[in-house]
Ligand binder design. Sequence first.
Ligand code: ADP
Length: 156
Amino acid sequence: MKRIAIFPGSFDPFTVGHEEIVKRALPLFDKIIIAVGYNSVKHGFFTPEQRINWIAEVFKNEPKIETASYTGLTVDFCKEKNAKYILRGLRTAADFEYERAVGQMNREIYDEIETVFLLTSPQYSMVSSTIVREILRYGGDVSKFIPQGIDGYKDL
Ligand code: ADP
């Protein structure tokens, strides 16, 4: 059976921290679906389409990567895609506390799902989409925090 993982997130925008987690997870899975989860009521900074296009651009030469968007519960999307693994990155103790609750809850509602956590490399542990958005809002340079190949955010 193929090992399919979903890497769910807001990815608003996708950062070098996200990219690193995906690259390190590649040997573990046959397929990784990077899935932009969004809520139709809550608007993000970038549209889901922009976020997905940028992620697809970063991994255009990686056949094991797919991109998608979804609304609703992550576990329902996992069932739809026949994925038994959820991939998440851990930066801090605060991430751990949050992820622990979500991961345990996900298993409570879908007992075949396993959440796989990778620890961020130290040089990326301060990178967050929230801070990148804040820098963008005030016209700062975020190029160090955004993967190579993405440049549409510069048109803001
Ligand atoms: P969410 O809104 O679901 O938290 P994010 O886009 O903020 O979505 O993050 C998606 C996943 O990527 C989460 O598991 C988060 O902890 C992880 N992540 C975010 N930034 C980094 C980073 N710099 N290094 C490693 N993992 C990260």
